[in-house]
Every structure is written in C-alpha cells, then in structure tokens.
Design a protein around this ligand. Structure first.
Ligand SMILES: [Zn+2]
Length: 362
C-alpha cells in the first residue's frame, strides 16, 4: 500500500496511481483529523469521494502517529491526550473517538486503536502496554459494531438518527503488540483472535530495532495468526524486505519508503539502490533503470533526473516517485505471480523486477 498521508500520495495524481495499478492506499487518521478535519471529510462524502479515489483505502488508527509525532502525550486507561505537531493545540484520542474518526473518513479497512510500544521496553512495560492494547481493541470493536452504519458513503455524509442494518460496512482489523518479546506476541495474537477480527496487523515494529529482530518477531507472530484472514505488517520495508515478509506469509504492507526516498533522490532499481543526486550521473544518458517500463524510465535520462534533483525541481520528485512506486508495485506483482505459480519457496523470493515481470498486470 502506497502511503497517502493527507489524502494524497505526495507528488502523484490519482489517475497516475490508477495507471500504475495501485489497488489500495493508506491514509493517516491523525493527519486527516488535524487537517482538514473529520467532520469536513464526512460532509464531503468521505475520503474516497473527497480525494476522488474509487479503489480501496485503509486508515490507521492514529495511534502510531500520536506516539511518533506529537509532543506531550499523556496515556491513560481512557485514551491519549496529545498536542498537535501543527499548532500545539491539545487533543484526545480514545478507542471510541479514533474509531469514530475512521468511520467518518470511511476507508474500507480501519484499524483498532492501539498503543505502539516503544523500543527498547522491558518485559513489564511491554506486557502492560500489550494489555492496554487488548482492552482498547475490545472497546474499538464494541464502538465499531454499534456505529458501523454511520459510514458516510452509506449516509451521504450525515450521521443517521436511525441505523439501517443492511448494506456494506467497513471492516475493523485488530493489531498485535507485545514489544520484542516472543511469548507476549503469542499471547497478544491469541487474545486478539479471541476478541475476533476479520484481519490482523502486526504493529510495534520498525521502531528502531535491528532488522534481524523485526524478522524474528514477524515470523514468530505469524505462526499464531490465522492463515485464512489477511495478515498485515505495518510500516515496512525495503524491496528486499517486502519480498521476504511476503515469503513468510504476510499479505499486506505499507511503507513511506518508496515515496519519501524518491523525494530525496533515492531510487530503487533492478541494479540496486542509487542516489540520483551524485555527480557521476551528470552525463549519463541511459535510463534510470533499463529493466523498468515506467513513464520515467521510458522517457528520461539519468542525467536529466540528476539535473532536476540538483536544481530542486518539483518534476524531479514526481518522476522519482512514479519510478519508485512502479518498482515496489512490480515487486509485489512478481510476488503474487510467484505465489500463483506455486514457486515462492522458503527463503527464496522471486527475482526483483525483470522486463518480463514488469509487464504483468495487477
Ligand atoms: Zn522506472
């Protein structure tokens, strides 16, 4: 899932995302709650209509951003008080209000409100945090079940006075926490399954721990999550990592890396990662990636992209983002293709991007 924090994948318009074959985007509840505000999005018919995106959207619960971006947050049993990173104003998220916000945005998949346990955390702290996340998961689900009919695409933006039980609703996924403690991860997964969700996320990773530990925790947690429900690993990773995690059984991932790195001139190619800013590309007339068929690679030279980046031209960021997204999406397409052929073997991912693979349709 490309990350569209504020209702936009930075630098790329929705028609281009469709052309790239993006099937689902991630939106950030914390950011959209602060600007333009949940009520505003609701009145405009929900996030799909507001941003003119008619494919799937997933929103996070806001928990991770509250923990990573805002100052002066205060966690209690009831929820989290935090200050906006924009203007310092004070706000409060609870499992109920975060779920209400996500219903107002109207994404297809929404997430239970959780506490992202910091790294490092000792066992006592990780357990308390995990217990809090489980209590919040129950409350998120209870609120969701009572209010899921209020989604704006069922109600033309207004909150209905009388619920109608028919018609489609969003789905609410649970989140497994437990820090880096494998026994706590197991318990968190089992107790989240007891509460019961149509999909499960592995949260609390990519928070500064070494990559080998991330992998260990992912592998151990997956063992306890049902194979017949979507398993979503939040906030990873490099192209090599997403192949590795898909190989372990992860179905969904999101990461800002392809888009954020692109804006800084860091590009993922079939020949490895390159920094297009480097002077060595100043006279390079070749394509960015000879094995890529994206708009950027089929039309522009490395020398031109290097010039745009060195001159801080907005077009450079756009073209770089289109390429990096294509690279990630092609990587996932080849993963799906390999799964379809039954050739994704333990410890051996598909080859990253070849000319043949990049022609595969989503
Ligand atoms: Zn390309």
């Amino acid at each position: 899932m490309p990350v569209g924090t504020l209702g936009t994948v930075k630098g790329v318009s929705q028609d281009v995302l469709e052309e790239l074959g993006v099937q689902i985007l991630l939106g950030n509840t914390y950011h959209l709650y602060l600007r333009p505000g949940i009520d505003q999005v609701r009145k405009l018919g929900g996030l799909h209509r507001f941003m003119s995106w008619h494919r799937a959207i997933l929103t996070d619960s806001g928990g991770f951003q509250v923990f990573s971006l805002s100052d002066l947050r205060k966690v209690s049993e009831e929820g989290v008080t935090f200050r906006s990173h924009l203007d310092g104003s004070s706000h409060f998220f609870s499992p109920e209000s975060a779920t209400e916000a996500q219903i107002g945005l109207g994404a297809d998949i929404i997430m239970a409100f959780d506490e992202c346990t910091e790294y490092p955390a000792d066992r006592g702290r990780a357990r308390n945090s995990m217990e809090l996340t489980l209590r919040w998961a129950e409350r998120s689900k209870t609120y969701f079940e009572g209010h899921k009919h209020e989604v704006p695409w069922r109600t033309d933006g207004a909150v209905p006075s009388a619920p109608t039980q028919d018609g489609p609703t969003q789905v609410l996924f649970g989140i497994v926490q437990g820090g880096m403690d494998l026994a706590l991860r197991k318990e968190s997964a089992e107790r989240a399954i007891e509460i019961g969700f149509p999909g499960y996320a592995i949260g609390g990773l990519s928070v500064g721990e070494p990559r080998s530990l991330t992998r260990e925790v992912v592998e151990a947690t997956l063992e306890y999550l049902p194979k017949d429900k979507p398993r979503y690993l939040m906030g990873v990773g490099t192209p090599e990592e997403i192949v590795e995690y898909a190989n372990l059984g992860v179905d969904m991932m999101d990461c800002v890396l392809p888009t954020r790195a692109a804006r800084h001139g860091l590009l993922f190619t079939s020949e490895g990662k390159i920094s297009i800013k480097q002077a060595r590309y100043a006279s390079d007339q070749g394509p960015l990636d000879p094995n890529c068929r994206c708009r950027t690679c089929s039309r522009y030279s490395r020398a031109y992209l290097r010039h745009l980046c060195a001159s801080n031209e907005i077009l450079g960021q756009i073209l770089n983002t289109i390429h990096n997204l294509t690279f990630y999406l092609d990587t996932m397409r080849s993963v799906r293709h390999s799964i379809g052929l039954g050739s994704l073997e333990q410890g051996k991912g598909p080859r990253l991007l070849s000319g043949e693979q990049s022609q595969l349709k989503p």
